[in-house]
Design a protein around this ligand. Sequence first.
Ligand SMILES: [Zn+2]
Length: 207
Amino acid sequence: MAADFHTHRPKSEAAALVSVPPEQVAAYPCVSLECHPWSLPGTDGGIPTEFEAALAGAAALGEIGLDRHRGPSLEMQRRYLDRLLELAERYQKPAVFHCVHAVPELLAATRGFRPHKLFHGFRGRPELLTELLRHDFFVSFMPDALERPDLAAFVKRRGLRRLGFETDDTAETIECVLARAARQLELEPEQLIRATDDNFREFLNHG
Ligand SMILES: [Zn+2]
């Protein structure tokens, strides 16, 4: 089955990890509980107990993370991130990360974090992808990521282990995204669907 690694609502029959706030944690079969860096308060109020209770019923935590250009100061974001990572450890939940211009800070914050980590919305240089993979991240590509010829060439060479695709807040279905990516990678769509679905289930510990 096609797998959408990160979206905010289901768009097809595909398996999807739907990012939701605590009040929607029971709305879909497979959700990640979000605490987006953009919506963090500017002061340190701690994590509400309702959030922790909702996490127990979610497949994953996220999107959480660091954004240098939006939300409160990076230092405040880091404080919340540290607490959220503790929660994910306690409940043994994989985590989905939003990260804008703060990769060194993200790598520092997640050092020693044991559950699976997914870097979502990737469309960067192959060097950055290599670094994330070296730090044991799973990586989910933005729908148009492989329009970067250097990235497409790199993935063709390296293979698909720990990689996937997402629709995020676009209108396209993951089936369309995967069909296009398969052409860019010169694969049969079925091969790409199978490989990324295996990675999706591995990320969620659904072996
Ligand atoms: Zn998103």
